[in-house]
Design a protein. Sequence first.
Lengths: 296, 276
Amino acid sequence: MNLSLRRGIHNREAIAGYLFVAPVYIAFILFTLYPLVKSVIMSFTMVGTEYVGWVGLQNYAAVFKDYAWWPSVKNTIIYSAVVVPAAIFIPFFLAALVRLMTPAAQTIAKSCLYLPQVSSGLVMSLVWFWIYDPFNGLMNYLIGKVGIPPQIWLGDANTALLALILMSVLAGHGSNMLLYLAAMGGIPNTLYEVARLEGANWWQTLHNITWPLLRPTVLYVMIMSIISSFQVFTPAYVMTRGGPGLATSTVVYKIFNDLFTYFSFGIATAEALLLAVVIIGISLIQFRFFASDVEY
Amino acid sequence: MQNKVSDILKKVPAYLLVGIWIVIALTPLLWMVSTSFKGETSLMSTPPKLIPDPFSLENYQKLLEQPVFLWVKNSVFVATIITLEVVIVSSMAGYAFAKLQFPGKNFMFWLLISTMMIPGQVTLAPLYELVMNFGFLDSFKALIFPPMAAVWGTFLLKQFIQTLPSELIDSGRVDGASEWQIFSRIILPVAKPGLAVLGIFTFVAHWNDFMWPLVVLKDQSRYTIQLGLSAFRFEHTTAYGPMMAGATLAALPMVIIFLLLQRYFMEGLTVGALKG
């Protein structure tokens, strides 16, 4: 090919490239990048729904002094401290166990465990709202079977957050399990054969071979779980409205409330940016400390 | 022979534990369906029964006093439009990022991807302001336009199209096809499995979406099914029967889609984590 023809193709290709990415990119600039920048501006210039000019760190200071902020942070941390480990370990063990089953049984198990995840947060929240009913709820009936007295669950500040946590822990964990299964399938069988020849039992193999080699997947699951659990909203909104009192007010529930109940746009954007900084910070720290290329 | 028996015996605990967890995971859904078919008295019966006795449709009749079919129709409409637009724009951008050379490509892709970790609440207020200024509040436009910034879809399809052989494109060029023809007649047909994965995930995600519709829709006649049920729950706090009928109605289409198209769900999941 001569030079001018090649350059012609390159130009044509470049123009096509820009045209092909244009729809996504224009929308991305309009609906993602611009709002990102705008939210920073809002947090430094808005009081209520008014732009009042530069207010410095006033909104951030107001967040830290807000009586509802720290309880919401605390609730979110407690929630995540239980839900994230559950989302890492439960599907890991499920995957390890499912791998011992026959292919047909594996298929059934995968479907059954994934199925609950296609229903919306709203649907699950309504169902658990009914399960936690103090008078006719399934939960009180079941714990009554093992001798625990009935609880008010969502109506009691001592049990409401626990109820929300329990709902997330007792899920199918199907998608994380499928991620683990896919990664486990990539571990060479020879490693397990060697381990068996050396007399390692199931637990030792799991602990010394599978878990360390699955580190990239564990890292991915961990980051995704932290991101989603730090953003928990729907159950708090639908089941308890953050209550009783502030017992189930989460950070995102508070952001939502500040925006659309109190119309404190400056404060709400400050809160959202604080949340973003924490989430990104945690993710980067995890990348640094846990990420390493696993070689088989 | 003895080996085989002991092999099976060893696996009994695995079946048992997985079985127990399946029961735990499916109980809420089964309980939802079961409750939805119970009459007012059997709803309150102790001990609670899994099989409704007597079997009753009164919850569904009560639910129909709400405009549920309108809500379902709205959900179908919005989720379908979003799915189509996301698949179209993502496949175009994904193809360009995977196979075409243009100045600034790597930076543009990096910029796109780097926003993936930022929680959606950050853009909630400015996006609300934006759709308000566009006059989109309380209309489907507010739901339909923002998802066009399909970052995840672009990423997914770039990963997928990258695995297709570049010779396809070269041979198209040699044959004198235009860039659009190469994309639409050569790339799209072989990228169908990737498009299916993206389409299914997008449809489910937007059928299930709750917070954004809650923010931008006010008029009940434009509610999605999720929003309608949420409103019903706050108007009738203890009407568990109709509430479960509504939840069943909202969950059923997703369950059917999942059961029919399982393999795409399983494929789609692993793309982001393993090849990223």
